[in-house]
Ligand binder design. Sequence first.
Ligand code: FES
Ligand SMILES: [Fe+2]
Length: 401
Amino acid sequence: MTESRRLSAHQAAKPQTQIMEACLKDIVDAYNPDAPLAEASTIPAPWYTDERIFELEKQTVFSKSWQMAARSDQLGGRGNYVTSEIAGEPIVVVRGDDDVVRGFFNVCRHHAAAVMTEAAGRAHQMRCPYHGWTYSLQGELKGTPDFSGVCNFKKEDMGLAPVETSNWEKWIFTRLDRGSESLNQTEKSLADFLGNVLVNQFKSLRLETLHWIERRCYTLNCNWKVFVDNYLDGGYHVPHLHKGLDSVLDYQNYTIENGAHSCLQSSPMVSGGDDDQVGAVRSGGRALYYWLYPNFMINWYEGVLDTNLVRPLAVDRTEVIFDFYFADLSAAARERNLASIDVGDRIQQEDLDICESVQRGLGSRAYNAGRLSVRREAGEHLFHRLLCADLRAGVESANDP
Ligand code: FES
Ligand SMILES: [Fe+2]
């Protein structure tokens, strides 16, 4: 028997030339979202490597979903603003003179320069650095130097283009595009998208008692979905890859609960553990790991919270932004908080290396799609089905006359 014949259907060697020529619709249709978990394959390798899928995701997955754009603590006062880039679009979120937080495309209506150029700050107006046009904190165009005599020009029609914005718990979310009826999960308000069950669970966590102290950013040479898959494998990789973390989690009793657009993975904690560094900063009854479709994770331990925002930079390049929050900010707790961040950093390094290894493997001719553990990988299955729904809707709308 030849080597390729010995590979299972799911591992079958992929005909590289066919994939090069396959149309986008064929690549999207290669995934079967109707297969139950026990029969399901993962999404096909080209979804992680093909530029066209990456572009389609920008138009569908990232433009039509609620995206974390700022922390609420960054927008505490009037004039506080945060800039970001979502699906390739420059965005600014700003608290207005009327105390309302609004989002805008950070694109000047004159010649398209970014109006706000710092990552975050405070301003009494938004002034474009190019030719000095100024906008109020509510986005209205106010000042246009040397622009008298221009015909058919109404300042009131030339404000910054607004972006839908909504606040939940410690975060401001924006959505570029409301989507349409056919995009099942994307026409919803943020509250509808999250659902009552999740919103009530978070109320009981009392996140208002936790305070942000630090942000760390990591750049990975992999597709953004590799990082999300790794997160959603139900702790499958923990005993193998994160030996320190494994010693404080009760791996056998790890649970996975899917919502409509979210997944809660949870593990009871065991005290002590073999790794003193991890044991000292990860304690309490349970660890809760929430994922919100498509790219935001909220990790909660007693008195400790961190979030991960997964930002696609290119088809094979991803930034993950970690924000760390703690209940106790006293000088006495400082050392423990920093040690907790260091543990998070060590775990992240382990994940980073494996994600890059996976990306290299996804490009191999020997791999086309994998299978999912029924016990562990239900969250990944949900992720893949939601992605598939968005990509299919995107392909169909592109094909509409
Ligand atoms: S591009 Fe902003 S003032 Fe000209
Ligand atoms: Fe991990």
